[in-house]
Design a protein around this ligand. Structure first.
Ligand code: ATP
Length: 436
């Protein structure tokens, strides 16, 4: 499939209730989005797929959920107060702002074409600051976390003591982060409020390089396993001048967005930087004593850091397709079943009372295990198209014969093939087709 135009996805997301512009009834709040009924389900599926692979299927990773608001000490220690900034330039001609490192030509304004019209670059700190408690001012200021990572570092000892894990082991977290981005945009790709899925994997220093390689490969494979074609993904090592203040090596997993290749996830070698910084600033010993070797050491950290929203955008873009079915064009989201908002749609052929009780029973049975849509209005062909457009892998149709032969029709989203299945075997058939 050719690179999908972003507009097609944005329109579909709005039309079908995946993503709405935020505060729309008040004229909108720039570059901020609300997730509708289908978007909320899909975000949850992205998160759950990540937790399933990164935590559930690994006995060496545990999950935490740390606070969003943090005292300044955390970000003094982490280096964010001093270093977490982007270089901001203003065009003196058209008054637009840009991130200097995003300009193709640092002298040319991409908005008005002005040459040498930029101000000198200023470091703009990306953290949101607010105050806690009734009195504003010194001592009351707190920061909204710009990444979830620090929650893992400051809880390193707590987790070590309560989980009985030892390096190599990881602490994972999924949650909101906030960055006062200079140039948010490209739909949900870059927003000021977003969700991250991060793993801090603590290893003996000598094993750092091998685990870095492991996580680069494993993270790339995660996207492929969830349906993104390998040719839309690339692993790109950072150049030395791109590295963050804490990193001794970083690779980005990049995705082929409609506007070009861009970051989907970063995998960084953070060395012992964070634990050392927090140890120094807090006065606590943040290290590990290995009883087997009688050695005390500060673990090195490998960090795969992904975005929930950015991943959702990539999954939608990769899944979007248009084809011809029964001589008519159709739009279909070929989403992996784990990511699809609904796994099954239950569709009684008619709204007549005779079919409703059976259809409702089938809905209730499937809904025990899966997110299921129930739709009884409009012609059946139209209903199939609606489900194709939101990526529902399977439709189950109940017709008047179902009352006689105790069987229903299953229709597959991708092939549109239909098969008659006994109701007694329906759950097993659905599970076999979905793969879970
Ligand atoms: P970029 O270079 O695109 O600003 P970054 O390198 O600063 O990203 P990281 O700090 O590595 O990003 O964050 C890890 C992941 O979090 C990113 O790969 C992305 O998926 C997600 N992410 C970061 N910033 C945003 C944002 N403003 N909006 C949506 N997702 C984001």
């Amino acid at each position: 499939m050719a690179a999908t135009e972003l507009d097609q996805i944005v329109n579909l997301c709005k039309r079908r209730g995946f993503v709405y512009p935020s505060a729309e009834i008040y004229g909108g709040f720039r570059s901020s989005y609300d997730y509708g009924p289908l978007g909320a389900l899909m975000l949850r599926n992205v998160r759950e797929s990540w937790i399933r692979t990164m935590v559930q299927q690994r006995d060496d990773v545990v999950l935490i959920d740390a606070a969003i608001l943090s005292p300044p000490q955390v970000f003094e220690a982490s280096g964010h107060l001093a270093n977490f900034s982007d270089p901001l330039v203003d065009c003196t001609k058209c008054k637009q702002r840009f991130r200097e490192d995003h300009l193709t030509d640092p002298k040319l304004c991409p908005n008005c074409g002005g040459v040498d019209t930029f101000t000198a670059a200023r470091a703009f700190n990306l953290m949101f600051r607010t105050s806690a408690g009734p009195v504003e001012g010194a001592g009351a200021e707190v920061y909204m976390r710009p990444e979830t990572a620090q929650g893992m570092f400051i809880n390193f000892l707590n987790v070590l003591q309560t989980s009985r894990k030892k390096p190599p082991f990881g602490i994972a977290q999924v949650g909101k982060s906030f960055r006062n981005e200079i140039t948010p945009g490209n739909f949900i790709f870059r927003t000021r409020e977003f969700e991250q899925m991060e793993l801090e994997f603590f290893v003996p220093p000598a094993e750092s390089a091998q685990w870095y390689k492991f996580w680069c490969d494993a993270r790339l494979q995660w996207y492929i396993d969830l349906g993104i074609p390998a040719e839309m993904l690339v692993l790109r090592p950072h150049d030395a001048d791109e590295l963050s203040h804490y990193s001794s090596g970083t690779s980005d997993i990049e995705f082929k967005y409609p506007w070009g290749w861009g970051e989907l996830e970063g995998i960084a070698q953070r060395t012992d930087f964070d634990l050392n910084q927090h140890a120094q600033h807090s006065g606590q010993k943040l290290d590990y004593f290995d009883q087997a070797t009688n050695e005390r050491y500060v673990p090195y950290v490998i960090e795969p850091a992904a975005g929930v929203n950015r991943a959702m955008a990539a999954f939608l873009l990769a899944a979007y397709d248009e084809d011809i079915v029964n001589d008519e064009p159709r739009t279909v989201l070929r989403l992996h079943p784990r990511l699809a908002p609904y796994k099954v749609a239950v569709l009684p052929l008619s709204k007549k009372d005779t079919l409703t009780p059976l259809a409702r029973t089938i809905y209730a049975t499937l809904a025990e295990r899966y997110m299921v849509d129930y739709d009884e209005t409009q012609a059946i062909g139209k209903r199939y198209r609606r489900q194709d457009e939101i990526g529902t892998p399977l439709c189950v149709t109940i017709d008047f014969d179902s009352l006689e032969d105790a069987a229903v029709t299953i229709r597959d989203r991708d092939s549109t093939e239909q098969q008659r299945v006994p109701i007694a075997q329906l759950t097993a058939e659905v599970a076999a087709r979905l793969g879970f």
